[in-house]
Each structure stands twice: as C-alpha cells, then as structure tokens.
Design a protein around this ligand. Structure first.
Ligand code: IPE
Ligand code: IPE
Ligand code: MG
Ligand code: MG
Length: 298
C-alpha cells in the first residue's frame, strides 16, 4: 500500500500543535507569552518536529516520548524566524500569512519573545517529563546535539554568514553557499531527525545513516526555499517573494540559476532516500518527506 503522506502530516501536526499549545499555556498570559504564542501558534508546517517524530519511528521508537524534543525544536525554529524577520536582519513584514512578530507587537517584544522561546526549549529538554521518558544520559546527549545545531556552530553561524554575504560584493563559491545553507537551515533539520532517533534508541549505524539523510534534506530544504523566493506564490507561502533579490542575498538561484538549483535539489533528495536503504517500512514517512521538501508550494 502507498504511504499516505498527507494524512501522516495532518495527524502529526495536530498532535504537535496540541502539545505546543500545552507547553505555552498560561492562566494569565503576560505580553511576552502572548508574543510567543502569536509566533508559534500560527500554522507553520511543523517540519522539524515532524522529522523528530519520524526519526524516532524509523528506528522503531515510540514517537510520544519524543514530543518534548519535537516541540523544543519548533520553539527554536520559531525564535530563529522572529529574529530573522527583524529590521536589522531580513526586515520582513509577513510570516506564516500574518504580520511578523515585531510588526504585530514591537521590536523589543519580538527580540524578547525569541529569547524566551530559545530558553523555554532548553527548559523543556531538561524537564522532569522528558527525563521520565528518556534516560538522563540520553537527555544530555540530545541537549548537546540541539544546542550545537542552534548556536555558533550551527544556525547562528549560518545566519551570520548570510548577513556577511549580503554585504559582500563578490559572490561566494558554490561550496561556500552550500556550507552557509547547511549551517543556517541544515543543522537544525539534522538535529531534528537525529534527536528523534536518539530518543528511539537507534543503533549507531542507524543514527549515522540518518545523519547523511538529514544533511541532504536540510540543504535541499534551503535550496527549495531559495527557489520559492523566486517563483513561489506569496498567497500560498504566507510570506513575501522576490525579497532575496531585493536584498542581494546569496542564494542558489542567484549563483547557479533556477534550473541548476532544481537539479541540485533533486540530486540531494535522491541521495537522501538512498541513505535510508538499510531501513524497513518504518522509514516510509522519512522517504515521503524527502520528496515533499522539494515539491512543496509553501
Ligand atoms: C522557513 O522555514 C525558514 C527556513 C529555514 C528556510 P519553514 O519553511 O519551515 O517555515 P514554517 O515553519 O513552515 O513557517
Ligand atoms: C531563514 O532563512 C533561516 C533561519 C531563520 C535560520 P531565510 O531568511 O532564507 O528564510 P525566509 O525566507 O525568511 O523564511
Ligand atoms: Mg534570512
Ligand atoms: Mg528571511
């Protein structure tokens, strides 16, 4: 029987949204909690948490146990988007079909909401409920994996390179752009799949294969984001298009053109799926998500 990705994503997103809602619950929400909720509870694709749950399933684990890590990853991702949209960075006014956090609130509130989401993520990862589901040593391993992916060895370094490239007149070599994209977007995607596999007690060999898979889809995801910024439909995407060109961003289409960017993304996805050969049907969600990453419209 064909794997039904649409039903799988809908089901997982519903569970992730309910868990995020719970983790961000407050009897008397303050302004900062309102801003955090505004940014998180706004219909993102939830790709990183879905990948965490699917990574856990691929190695035969129980995805319910991975839910705190899945939600922590979405909080870190959402914080990165809030800060990415700030006037000092990409200066965007639309995200997930709504005014960006600093437009809906104000810049100071948006900066603080991002800070608070990042810290809340690590509070979740070290919480009693996560430690009840996952051995303490594994919790520490997961925290180490996710913190490296989010910080100056991962996403933050990628964002720094993105900003520096924007100000630089000379184009980067393709390998430099690949490194930038792998840091800014790939690192957190890799940590999503691998932290899920870690919760599921995947073997070292399984985790090594999933690392290759996730590096490939992580890079392909950002290449697809660059392509959508050129030819996507803003009404479907919920964010503006053409902005990379306006801001002289270093992107795959600007460096190698649209058709070579599409070919590169397809190659990466085939390589990602090949890395899943050792896995049985329990990796079908990961196989299907690989294709979705380059065929998505938002
Ligand atoms: C957008 O990420 C930013 C990138 C890293 C390319 P997503 O496309 O996953 O955004 P949401 O979470 O669905 O809004
Ligand atoms: C966002 O990259 C990456 C992170 C937030 C880490 P982009 O700036 O290319 O993504 P969009 O197009 O604003 O979503
Ligand atoms: Mg950016
Ligand atoms: Mg941006």
């Amino acid at each position: 029987m064909m794997f039904d990705l649409k039903a799988y994503l809908n089901d997982k997103r519903r569970m992730i949204d309910a868990a995020l809602d719970r983790f961000l619950e407050s009897a008397s929400p303050t302004r900062i909690i309102e801003a955090m909720r505004y940014a998180v509870m706004s219909g993102g694709k939830r790709l990183r948490p879905v990948l965490c749950l699917a990574g856990c399933e691929a190695v035969g684990g129980d995805p319910d146990r991975a839910m705190p890590a899945a939600c922590a990853l979405e909080m870190i991702h959402t914080y990165s988007l809030i800060h990415d949209d700030l006037p000092a960075m990409d200066n965007d006014n639309l995200r997930r079909g709504r005014p960006t956090c600093h437009i809906a609130f104000d810049e100071a509130t948006a900066i603080l909401a991002g800070d608070a989401l990042l810290t809340l993520a690590f509070s979740l990862l070290s919480s009693r409920s996560f430690r009840a589901a996952v051995p303490a040593g594994d919790c520490l391993e997961i925290i180490s994996m996710i913190s490296s992916a989010a910080g100056c060895q991962g996403m933050v370094e990628g964002q720094m390179r993105d900003m520096l490239a924007e100000r630089c007149a000379d184009p980067l070599p393709v390998a430099g752009l690949e490194a930038l994209h792998s840091l800014k977007t790939g690192a957190l995607i890799q940590a999503s799949v691998c932290s899920g596999a870690w919760v599921g007690q995947g073997s070292p060999d399984a985790v090594a294969s999933l690392k290759i898979y996730s590096q490939k889809i992580g890079l392909a995801f950002q290449v697809a984001d660059d392509i959508l910024n050129v030819e996507g439909d803003p009404a479907i995407m919920g964010k503006q298009v053409g902005t990379d060109r306006d801001r002289s961003k270093m992107t795959y289409p600007s460096l190698v053109g649209l058709s070579e960017s599409k070919a590169a993304a397809s190659r990466l996805i085939s390589e990602a799926v090949s890395a899943l050969e050792p896995f049985d049907h329990r990796a079908d969600p990961l196989r299907a998500i690989a294709g979705y990453i380059i065929h998505r419209k938002r």
